[in-house]
Design a protein around this ligand. Structure first.
Ligand SMILES: CC(C)(COP(=O)(O)OP(=O)(O)OC[C@H]1O[C@@H](n2cnc3c(N)ncnc32)[C@H](O)[C@@H]1OP(=O)(O)O)[C@@H](O)C(=O)NCCC(=O)NCCS
Length: 180
């Protein structure tokens, strides 16, 4: 797999670097995931459930780098990880054309275009990697993320009722997909 690297000018004029996650990002990525999961309840993972060891995180990063149809991206502002996206492609002959992703951006940096830049990068990479179908799951009350996905041509394909339990109630999950 080629190394993905892209510079994007954000709405506030700052320059964002998007590139593959590499093993030396492991410690910072763990801190990033702990922070991002503590800032929002739109992610299924809770901060205490985030990978604990650097070795574990390194092996996740390696697995993404080794698999031709998987991708782990980080978004950096002046060397600090502020966003991340990971896509896992199907491992069978009959499913390798599709995969699922998840993404997150630190709350202080929402609304600057970082989510859009990460998603645009995934779509560009997918085109060159034989991926035809990109899928995701999103909580039905996550309006910001649903708007982002619709902006990039994702359609709602289904609903998993009461699939998440948070803040004392059950929430539906939407399945969204993009063909191309
Ligand atoms: C969802 C998330 C990744 C978006 O990242 P972001 O960097 O804020 O995204 P952008 O700045 O590129 O905005 C993307 C789009 O979101 C939508 N949006 C932005 N602010 C919004 C708001 N207050 N309400 C509704 N939609 C909004 C708009 O469509 C926007 O596109 P536009 O600016 O061209 O109109 C980020 O909010 C996040 O990490 N949230 C917590 C984790 C999460 O929900 N992850 C997704 C799980 S499926």
């Amino acid at each position: 797999m080629g190394f993905f690297r892209k510079n994007v000018k954000l709405k506030n004029g700052e320059h964002l670097l998007i590139r593959n996650a590499v093993e030396s990002d492991a410690a910072e990525l763990i801190r990033f995931f702990r922070k991002v999961t503590s800032e929002t309840d739109f992610l299924v993972t809770k901060p205490e459930e985030v990978v604990m060891s650097i070795e574990q995180e390194k092996s996740i990063i390696r697995a993404h780098l080794e698999k031709e149809n998987s991708l782990f991206l980080v978004a950096l502002l002046v060397d600090r990880i502020v966003g991340s996206l990971n896509f896992i492609g199907g491992s069978r002959e009959r499913t390798k054309h599709k995969g699922e992703f998840g993404m997150s951006v630190l709350k202080d940096f929402w609304g600057l275009g970082i989510g859009s830049a990460l998603l645009q990068s995934l779509i560009e990479w997918a085109k060159g990697s034989g991926i035809r179908k990109i899928q995701l799951e999103v909580m039905a009350d996550n309006e910001r993320a649903i708007n982002l996905y619709k902006k990039f041509g994702f359609k709602i394909e289904g609903r998993k009722e009461k699939a998440v339990f948070k803040n004392g109630e059950y929430t539906d999950i939407l399945v969204m997909g993009r063909w191309g």
